[in-house]
Write a protein that binds this ligand. Structure first.
Ligand SMILES: [Zn+2]
Length: 268
């Protein structure tokens, strides 16, 4: 069994503030330690569920050389391999080679979630909302569609209660979710202590991988991707982009037979 673990940092237990997830900030050192250990917990769970290969991929843009590079290399479980990409959603090879399941760790809720800790979609300042075929989604939706493009089901999502709820609505009741904190707003939360959060994530991963058919791969097809930006200035770069339509001053739409084509036109 081959398992791909895709992750973000904002949904990790103990993390409540931007300062903990922005590279170079004094609080970031603690944040990456918490993050790395949750990834190890998920990987351990996957191995104990029978995985022979576990690939990790950090999708957190921490800034500068820390972007997609927040994991503490020296502390990683020696059995894993891990991808450091340069642009988000650029790496597809692991999925193309074939994965039996994906697990998402440390996810945050979509932009506009009132009780989502550090909630945003792609850009906290530029993106107002994102829709796939008329349904509002967050980064869980993007990563799930990426996995779905290569027929890989997402079996577990961890993060705060808001993202767990969001993920179940999108991916169905068969999804295993592990809520490690409850948000009271964007910058406040009640946490499970990290040591226990890791045990929960370990158990969640092990359990989720017992049934590889629990969730159907998420495949929006044909795909219409709509992004509402905050201001017209942020829409400008899309004005002359092939295959992307500016439907009003700050709303862009990309349509294609499959999600990956529509996404590439819009984002990559
Ligand atoms: Zn992030």
């Amino acid at each position: 069994m081959r398992v791909f673990i895709i992750s973000d940092m904002e949904g990790v237990a103990g993390i409540t503030k931007w300062e903990q997830v922005i590279g170079g900030n004094p609080h970031y050192a603690e944040g990456r330690k918490l993050y790395t250990q949750e990834m190890n917990a998920a990987a351990r769970g996957a191995f104990d569920a029978g995985a022979d290969e576990v690939v990790l991929m950090d999708c957190h843009g921490a800034g500068k050389g820390w972007t997609f590079n927040s994991l503490l290399h020296e502390e990683l479980d020696p059995r894993v391999t891990y991808v450091v990409q340069n642009e988000w959603t650029e790496h597809t090879e692991t999925l193309e080679e074939g994965c039996d399941a994906a697990l998402f760790v440390g996810m945050h809720a979509m932009a506009g979630s009132g009780d989502g800790v550090l909630s945003h979609t792609v850009s906290g300042t530029e993106w107002h909302y994102l829709k796939f075929n008329g349904v509002e989604v967050g980064e869980t939706g993007i990563n799930a569609a990426l996995c779905g493009t290569w027929d890989t089901p997402v079996l577990m999502v961890t993060g705060d209660e808001a993202v767990c709820g969001e993920a179940k609505v999108l991916l169905g009741e068969g999804l295993t979710t592990v809520a490690v904190k409850k948000g009271y707003g964007r910058y406040s939360a009640k946490h499970v202590p990290p040591v226990r959060a890791r045990e929960m994530i370990y158990d969640g991963a092990r359990q989720a991988l017992r049934n590889l058919d629990a969730v159907t791969p998420y495949v929006p097809r044909p795909a219409e991707i709509e992004v509402r930006l905050h201001t017209t200035a942020e829409a400008e770069p899309y004005r002359n982009r092939d295959g992307v339509e500016l439907v009003d001053g700050r709303t862009v739409v990309s349509k294609a037979d499959d999600w990956w084509t529509a996404w590439k036109r819009l984002y990559l």
